[in-house]
Write a protein that binds this ligand. Sequence first.
Ligand code: A2P
Length: 332
Amino acid sequence: MSRVAIVGATGAVGQTFRQVLEERQFPATEYVLLASERSAGKAVDWVGGQHTVKPLTADSFADVQFAFFSAGGSVSREYAPLAARTGALVIDNSSAFRMAPEVPLVVPEINADAARQHQGIIANPNCSTIIMTMPLWPLHRHNPVRRVVVSTYQAASGAGARALEELESQTRDVLAGQPAVPSVFHVPCAFNVFSHNTAIGEDGYNVEEKKMILETHKIVGDGSIAISPTCMRVPVARAHTESLAIEFSSAIEESAAREWLGAAPGVTVVDDRAQNRFPTPLDASDRDDVLVGRIRRDPSVPENRGLSLICSGDQLRKGAALNAVQIAELFI
Ligand code: A2P
């Protein structure tokens, strides 16, 4: 039994942490809900009682065994090492420590063993990366992946609770004949599709795209996989969708791929050609599994070594809170 802290408890991922921990009956004796001064004192009804949100301070982690961080990179950089020194196992949802060699970057279905090497902090990967690697891994195990061309259709809530509010209020404004005024995003998000809101480097790739490359290599433990990502936002509330064109080392049969994906934990195949029913973000929302479908041969790859598919996953659940809680469960 343990004392558990959630840093960023009032945010989009923080709220999902609360849901997931309750659903999975995480064996906590006490929860400490932490956020900024803005939310301090706020009452939250949850797991059988009322909890008061506390401001995050250096003293927040006394006797805490597990600390889930989801309040941004700068908060993690300042407080996660401190929590770890106090004795907590930190599971950090920010990008602050993901590429640090001494910090495991873990998707439990893929590299649970890496978690055991932790030195107090385990990093939770980027949401788009988790959602891509869930179907990629069971295929890669059978037939090593050489190259992936991935395009994302990412939900607004991936940019936080305020971004979701912006999508909702802008949609109402536009439908009422008012202009869509961007604030969280750099362009209007209602009725629009736009390049991911992270900064673009000199090479033309944005930060999200770079994460998909580097983090996939670290999780899968294979830096030789060539990855060509394009990350986009779409006016969807929740759950990211991704299109993957995958080149394998040797010929691959659709039927075998369907079988491997169907047997993979955390993956559900939704692939009904007759009814034109395939993964959608609405179906993936509030679900734990990553949905996979449109599984088909890619005729542009020679020797029958190519396969295309789409996947949809709840980026607040498997892409963030659920994956982090699954990591913690490896230690109870
Ligand atoms: P608050 O609600 O008090 O601003 P999201 O990703 O949905 O925007 O949520 C971010 C989360 O991180 C919120 O819970 C937010 O708390 C919290 N947060 C942001 N800045 C800090 C900070 N400096 N210290 C502690 N928590 C923070």
